[in-house]
Design a protein around this ligand. Structure first.
Ligand code: WT7
Length: 651
């Protein structure tokens, strides 16, 4: 049995089973007993307030009417006991630059000061603030300062293009932007402010851009619109020790928007609310990783993704943990960087993505040599299914077979981990995410939405759905509630549909098999095929395109694009194909960002379509996977001949 350091920490398998049982029998009572351990400005007054929901509208309310501010939970409440403990340890991109340690006291001060800066610049409760920064402590400060005053942050990953930012700004009607001059990522400098300037061409809504200095890349500042972070902070800080009262927020007030891809061309703004998100991310942080006070938690994700929101910022800080924030990439200056960081700070928990593990595996054991990894206690993975080979490599060479590995399954929409083992408490099973967290009621359904029931000892397979809300389920998609309904709650009425397929074994363990919709998972990044098609189609010469995924050794999935190009210019026999390919890749980078660039582009004269004009992606997927024999029934195709041509031209 482990030490119970939090009142809601689960320390044995029996305790897990008991908690699970309670959470299903009486979800309100269960989460009420967890919620008591947080700081509220005004508690809920009756149990009826704890949970109200239906999946029809959908409408989900946890603790509605109760009041709190998440930053009082992440900062103020720790000051007395751990004010001088590091809240954030920052490791810069270059190992030659000094690192920074930000104690809870310091972080609290900085967040208050920057909250005042936001107020001085006209930001009010409920306003949307777009944050486009690299992984520096100021990013966490910006996020928390928004939460302090009740502004809704929308963090956009630094790899997205100007066009993507413009779309997100417009969708969120954001009036404020916080950015940097640039960002360092490995050997690259990303000119963030220049990208913002491009995104703002024609934008009439954004009133203020606050620019934090990082790379000293020259930038042009627009009078009346752009201000420097440092100047604004100085003005506030010169007035002396500053404290800003945390805004009183309703439990159900939105905390943030985070855009994510779906099966249509347009990313949707997933909206998370305050109390439920806080409670669930803290609860899962403490239980999944079995966090013990003073441990160093290193989540390698970017704060631009949900993993960073939940397990670098909110979950760990609310639990009073020390969270390591790393600016760089795993392979810079060499493939030993993660191990150097673990060694340097005596990291106890390492949480990363299968794609990172596979990519580091490719460098062999050399980069691990001479690195002291003995501080590690728990390893974690997230973002995509982990293959057994990578799992064992992680276990043997990183964890030295002494560290439990937690395989955490969840989504932007779920806010926190829903399926995972708890480190050292519930059993691990390589490549299986294993058991649901307390409060998570899973089921597998067939195409018609009928629940698949297992006979004794049987492993079943189906589409993964959830019966009832957990505290951090998304509440809506920003500005378009109907889209939230049709996307998640309409496929199988009465259920939340994850979009994933899964297996369940006789012991109730789940193995995620991957998306069953038109969403790809490339290096743990979620990309909609329709989004990539739209971007490719923007290229002047492209007539039509179809994008599918294919298995990729490092990325998990690669992007395969079939493109009909105008005229014969792009025929490979003319030798100009590669030039056009390069051009198309540039277009995709401009429209979405480099993460969405296809790995393979094949020029075709037609696409396999049914008589009603629907592209038969199944066939394209098979060919991309290298399967050219058993393509299934092609008799319904308008022009079956096109399939042979596509097979011959496979790349
Ligand atoms: C999709 C969600 C959760 C934060 C990172 C990704 C896939 C996620 C696992 C896992 C197998 C996983 C699913 C899911 N996924 N974790 N442990 N095993 N698949 O968040 O971008 O919203 O993507 O990632 O397909 O639906 P996201």
């Amino acid at each position: 049995m482990r030490k119970m350091s939090y009142p809601y920490q689960i320390t044995s398998f029996e305790a897990y089973q008991e908690a699970y049982q309670k959470s299903i029998e009486d979800p309100a009572a269960f989460w009420e007993s967890v919620a008591e351990h947080f700081v509220w400005k005004q508690r809920w007054t009756s149990k009826d307030q704890v949970l109200n929901w239906n999946f029809t509208d959908p409408n989900i309310e946890w603790f509605k009417g109760a009041k709190l501010n998440i930053t009082e939970n992440c900062l103020d409440r720790h000051l007395a006991e751990r004010g001088n403990q590091p809240a954030i340890i920052w490791e810069p991109n270059s190992p030659d630059e000094p690192h920074r340690i930000i104690t809870y006291k310091k972080l609290h001060e900085k967040v208050c000061s920057f909250a005042q800066v936001l107020k001085n610049n006209g930001v009010h409760k409920g306003d949307r603030v777009c944050i486009y920064m690299g992984m520096i402590p100021e990013l966490a400060i910006a996020v928390l300062a928004c939460a302090r005053i009740g502004a809704i942050h929308s963090v956009v990953f630094g790899g997205f293009s100007a066009q993507s930012i413009a779309d997100r700004l417009e969708d969120a009607k954001a009036e404020f932007i916080i950015t940097c001059d640039g960002a360092f990522r490995g050997a690259k400098d990303i000119p963030l402010k220049a990208v913002i300037d491009e995104a703002l061409i024609g934008n009439k809504i954004v009133k203020r851009v606050i620019v934090c200095t990082r790379t000293h890349t020259p930038v042009s500042m627009i009078k009346g619109r752009d201000v420097w972070w440092e100047d604004e902070m100085k003005q506030v800080e010169e007035r002396g020790n500053l404290f800003i009262e945390a805004e009183s927020m309703d439990a159900e007030d939105p905390l943030f928007i985070l855009y994510t891809s779906g099966s249509t061309g347009k990313p949707k703004g997933v909206v998370h609310s305050t109390a439920g998100y806080m409670i669930y991310t803290t609860y899962t942080f403490v239980n999944v990783f079995q966090y013990q006070p003073n441990q160093i938690h290193f989540c390698t994700a970017d704060i631009g993704w949900i993993t960073g929101h939940s397990y670098i910022v909110y979950g760990p800080l609310s639990a009073g943990a020390t969270s390591l924030l790393f600016e760089g990439v795993p392979t810079f200056p060499d493939a030993g960087r993660f191990w150097d960081i673990v060694d340097k700070y005596k990291v106890n928990i390492l949480y990363t993505a299968p794609t990172a593990i596979r990519s580091l595996m490719g460098f062999g054991l050399g980069p691990l040599q001479g690195k002291d990894l003995s501080s590690l206690k728990v390893l974690g993975t997230v973002g995509e299914p982990i293959n057994e080979e990578a799992w064992h490599w992680y276990d043997e060479h990183v964890g030295k077979k002494k560290c439990p590995i937690v395989d955490t399954w969840w989504q932007t929409e779920t806010g926190g981990c829903l399926i995972s083992n708890m480190a050292g408490i519930t059993p691990a099973k390589p490549s299986w995410a294993t058991l649901p967290m307390p409060g998570v009621q899973l089921l597998l359904v067939d195409e018609k939405g009928e629940e698949i029931k297992a006979a004794a000892d049987e492993t079943i397979s189906g589409n993964l759905c959830i019966k009832a809300p957990w505290p951090s389920i998304l509440r809506t998609t920003y500005g378009d509630h109907e889209r939230c309904r049709t996307n998640y709650f309409a496929t199988y009425p009465g259920l939340y549909f994850t979009g994933d397929g899964a297996l369940r074994d006789k012991d109730g363990n789940y193995r995620i098999t991957g998306r069953v919709d038109d969403v790809l998972n490339v290096s743990g990044h979620r990309i909609g095929t329709a989004e990539v098609e739209n971007a490719i189609n923007m290229h002047a010469g492209v007539v039509e395109s179809a994008v599918v995924g294919f298995p990729h050794e490092v990325k998990g999935q690669g992007i395969y694009a079939y493109v009909i190009y105008q005229g014969s210019q792009a025929q490979d026999s003319h030798g100009s194909g590669d030039l056009v390919r390069k051009d198309i890749l540039q277009t995709v980078t401009r429209i979405i960002g480099a993460i969405a660039k296809p790995d393979k582009i094949q020029f075709v004269s037609g696409l396999p379509k049914t008589r009603s004009g629907k592209i038969m992606r199944r066939i394209l997927r098979k060919i991309a996977e290298g399967e050219t024999e058993n393509l299934g029934d092609t008799s319904t195709l308008l022009d079956p001949g096109v399939v042979d041509e596509i097979k011959r031209g496979r790349r």
